[in-house]
Ligand binder design. Sequence first.
Ligand SMILES: Cc1cc2nc3c(=O)[nH]c(=O)nc-3n(C[C@H](O)[C@H](O)[C@H](O)COP(=O)(O)O)c2cc1C
Length: 325
Amino acid sequence: MINSITLERLVEYGIQAPSGHNTQPWLFSLKEGEIRIYPDFDRAMPVVDSDHHELFISLGCAAENIAIAATSMGLRPRITVMRSKEDRDYISVALKRDSTIEVDELVDAIKIRQTRRNKYEDKEVPQEELQALENSFDFRGVEVLTFVGKREMKEIKPFILSASSKQFEDRKFIEELLQWTRFSDQNAKLEGDGLRAKCLGLPSMPSFVGTTLMKHLISAKSEARRWSQLIDASAGLMLFAVTHNNITHWVRLGRAFQRFALTATKLGISHAHVNMPCEEPKIREALAYRLNLVGLTPLMLIRFGYSDTMPYSERRDVEEVIEKA
Ligand SMILES: Cc1cc2nc3c(=O)[nH]c(=O)nc-3n(C[C@H](O)[C@H](O)[C@H](O)COP(=O)(O)O)c2cc1C
């Protein structure tokens, strides 16, 4: 018997996971010896993620956090992607008491991990740490490609810049981004979700100021310039790809990415998303062709390097995301 307090504590770890635009697109259902994670499509991002792959990646991140934390409570987790009788896809995290289970040391990093969107220092990541990042996960059907140094990153940079420009020229993309941006700290706290201005490197400001700024001062050109500088300052890029473009593999990619992010946190390495070339279908195809990725779909691009910590993003309360029985 695993009591509901333990299950709720595990959900608390789950919701520390990253999610696209900090939408937190998850609902948890507590069962006997099991936590189910359901997608909350009311929190989907129809413009930037029309097939929901990023949504399921986010759920995979939450599932991995729960599984890692479970080991520290003497519980052995088993994660499976399931479909309910009502045709609802969900992730089952089944939990069994096991006094022999080894604690996954990544647990300590769950509550301190963060996406760091600042500019990184001009400093290389040592080879053994790069290897630790690449070996941080082992899931069938999920691959990672590493690009280090300016010469290797140069190959990917044009895809990043053209995808960024395409997005910033799209009114619907900007509207969706604005919908999830919390310009004032007060608003971010109140909503408990979304992209807090301070996490984007901006000061807290009234919503109307932020909206005007975003609509009139930020252009496709200025964004491309900003991204160019951020990429040049990074130690490297990691591209996550799947062998099958389906829910099971999106969830696995989320689990893999979460292990990567927690390992980076433990090593003092910053990371942030540069997903734009994976979000634009035509550019994604062109990128896969350029890199000769036969049979692989690239779905997530991450920059990494060294930088200071940043303000943390908000989360909704655990009670808000647990479905009532
Ligand atoms: C699937 C996925 C896609 C994401 N895409 C982006 C992105 O394109 N740009 C970005 O800056 N952050 C991206 N993020 C990071 C989230 O915005 C971030 O996780 C969220 O704001 C919560 O902040 P935290 O990671 O610091 O807890 C993504 C995260 C996930 C899991």
